[in-house]
Design a protein around this ligand. Structure first.
Ligand SMILES: Cc1cc2nc3c(=O)[nH]c(=O)nc-3n(C[C@H](O)[C@H](O)[C@H](O)COP(=O)(O)OP(=O)(O)OC[C@H]3O[C@@H](n4cnc5c(N)ncnc54)[C@H](O)[C@@H]3O)c2cc1C
Length: 588
């Protein structure tokens, strides 16, 4: 138990989950957030009755504890949605995840053939060293497929050319491409993974509804959620945070702190520490960077625009990256069923050309692009709202891990401080992972010893997750042993020696024990082993012959086994690579 104040910075999914866990343990936390609403990046904005997310937020998790929490909070208001999202490319809709027949019929025979040829070329003549994301993708899928489906969208999301993105990043993002998981999946199937792609949960009135319920539960349990409260200073002394200064309605407030849990961007946290951190830490924090995000909500006077929840827009002629159609997430997202609200999503960097555009220009651009894409007429657009999200995507550049380690080591010296959530830990994670870090941080206050930095929500952290799909993957150790290459020489020698010994004993036994009463069948061996007799000398002859044959057979067996296993693994890996392409954009 703790009698000290638990102060939580940020009322996003991570901070609210931490606060709710406090309430469950009879501790009344204080949550501060600089915004006037809860939910952080996962908030929902209500604009004249139209609900807009900051990018559509799918609720899916492999973590049962978080899954139950969501369900308990919303009950019947937690909808199950069948996913439909396609790629819009050169005026055509491509099914997403990509499927063979639809892609083929959209691209036409000639283009499909060229894609297959370029795939084969990449398999035969790959880049010897994969230095960039571009080379990494081309080696796996061929350059034509890369240019058709992957290049433009990836560059829109990250704002840098693909040849400048580190190749390691792709491997990190696209899990399931490891040899072992490919083989494991090939052996036991990928049912669970498939169902996660095809359906998800969504609150009736957007994700903000979930966080409002959390807020209500925290308030009902005696906690405080202070909105419009921006933390501006964190005092620390002798390895402990002693108090937090924040500004609420233009007034400066100071509050003493027993435990501090922070989900605000780690870069911001470092700059708030008083006394100031050593220069090295400050510099490391400012070397971490983010991608920002703008969503322009448009109300269109049309009942139906397209049936998808969202479209990926690949065309390089428009800047929009994705288009959300919120009534297809939940019909309650629009107040008038005769109208449609779309969210035109722009990936950008704080301070760049898009970020600094006045709202009127953003609205003009979004309306024009929607009409250029042929999805609506300019005249049908009735209203618009611009929402900006700084720090939307923590960037994993070549040095981020090094900088993060420096900051982590320093923050680790402050006893009563834990950082949680997406930007709190500079981890590109989803709501479930962010929430789990919050819950476990509170458990740490109560004596547990979770390493939040080592948390992998997909792997499952808690005992109850043992039942989830990933646990059913065959353990890597077993796979490594089963599919290890067989040593041909050792196996051949072993088989030869065993056979040699068997024939040696089979011959010498009757000679020593039975004397002249030799089994006539043994004599027949002379037909195979030239010079063989049932004598002591014959035993050595039989042993030499059978060793030779055994060695040959053993070698051949091991050779063929290695060959077949190699081909099997190769096939499983190629299949896994192609499958990962199907839902590639979910990982960006
Ligand atoms: C476009 C987009 C789409 C996404 N889609 C999905 C999805 O489909 N499914 C999914 O699971 N996840 C999705 N995510 C990720 C999800 O939004 C995050 O994982 C989640 O919101 C992180 O929660 P958090 O509490 O860690 O951080 P945040 O939501 O960022 O909350 C941090 C809070 O801290 C507050 N804050 C910052 N500075 C201060 C300060 N100085 N003082 C007080 N308060 C401060 C902020 O106002 C904010 O409310 C998406 C994210 C984006 C950007």
């Amino acid at each position: 138990m703790t009698d000290e104040t638990v102060l939580i910075l940020g009322a996003g999914p991570a901070g609210l989950s931490a606060a709710y866990e406090c309430i469950n343990r009879d501790v009344r936390p204080i949550v501060l957030d600089k915004e006037n609403t809860v939910g952080g990046m996962a908030r929902t904005n209500n604009c004249k009755g139209y609900y807009f997310d900051i990018g559509g937020h799918r609720f899916f998790t492999k973590n049962q504890r978080i899954g139950r929490l969501w369900q308990d909070m919303l009950g019947d208001d937690f909808l199950k949605v069948d996913r439909m999202s396609r790629i819009y490319h050169q005026g055509r809709f491509f099914n997403y995840p990509l499927d063979f027949i639809n892609t083929l019929s959209n691209l036409g025979i000639a283009e499909s053939l060229l894609i297959v040829l370029s795939y084969c070329k990449a398999q035969l003549l790959p880049y010897p060293q994969e230095r960039s994301f571009e080379e990494w993708v081309i080696n796996r899928f061929g350059s034509r497929l890369y240019r058709t489906f992957l290049k433009t969208y990836t560059e829109k999301v990250w704002g840098i050319p693909c040849h400048k993105i580190q190749s390691g990043w792709a491997e990190q993002r696209i899990k399931g491409l490891s040899l072992m998981s490919a083989v494991s999946n090939a052996l036991i199937g990928t049912q669970k993974a498939r169902s996660l792609i095809n359906e998800f949960h969504y609150p009736l009135k957007g994700p903000g509804m979930m966080w409002q319920r959390f807020q209500q539960a925290i308030l009902a349990g005696g906690g405080r959620v202070e909105l419009n409260s921006k933390a501006v200073g964190l005092n620390h002394k002798n390895g402990r945070i002693t108090g937090v200064t924040y500004i609420h309605n233009e007034k400066t407030v100071e509050v003493p702190v027993g435990h501090l849990i922070s989900s605000i961007p780690i870069t911001r946290l470092v700059s708030l520490l008083e006394p100031k951190t050593p220069d090295e830490i400050y510099k490391a924090a400012h070397r971490l960077s983010y991608r920002a995000f703008i969503i322009v909500g448009l109300v269109v006077d049309k009942k139906d625009l397209f049936p998808d929840q969202w479209l990926y827009i690949h065309s390089p002629n428009v800047q929009v990256g994705r288009i959300q159609n919120f009534k297809n997430w939940s019909s309650a997202m629009v107040p008038d069923p005769r109208k449609t609200s779309v969210g035109m999503e722009y990936f950008c960097t704080e301070g760049d050309e898009i970020w600094t555009m006045p709202d009127s220009d953003l609205t003009e651009m979004a309306s024009r692009e929607l009409s250029e894409l042929g999805l609506a007429h300019m005249d049908d657009i009735q209203d618009s709202f611009v929402m900006r999200q700084p720090n939307a995507y923590p960037i994993y550049d070549h040095s981020y891990q090094k900088q993060l380690d420096i900051i982590r080591d320093f923050l680790g010296t402050i006893d009563n401080l834990q950082t949680i959530g997406r930007n709190g830990m500079h981890r590109y994670n989803n709501m479930d992972h962010s929430m789990l870090t919050g819950v476990l941080a509170v458990e740490n206050i109560f004596g547990e010893n979770h390493d939040l930095w080592d948390l992998n929500v997909d792997r499952g952290y808690l005992e109850e997750d043992d039942k989830t799909a990933d646990r059913k993957l065959i353990p890597e150790k077993i796979l490594t042993q089963t599919f290890a290459r067989m040593d041909k020489l050792a196996f051949a020698t072993a088989v030869g020696s065993v056979l040699g010994l068997i024939f040696f004993i089979a011959t010498i036994w009757p000679v020593i024990i039975e004397g002249d009463m030799v089994d006539p069948r043994l004599i027949l061996l002379a037909q195979y082993f030239i010079g063989y007799t049932v004598t002591i000398k014959g035993a050595f002859v039989a042993s030499a012959y059978s060793f030779g044959w055994g060695f040959l057979l053993g070698w051949l067996f091991a050779y063929l086994r290695n060959l077949f296993i190699g081909l099997y693994i190769f096939r499983a890996k190629k299949k896994a690579e192609l499958l990962s392409l199907r839902d590639f954009f979910d990982h960006l």
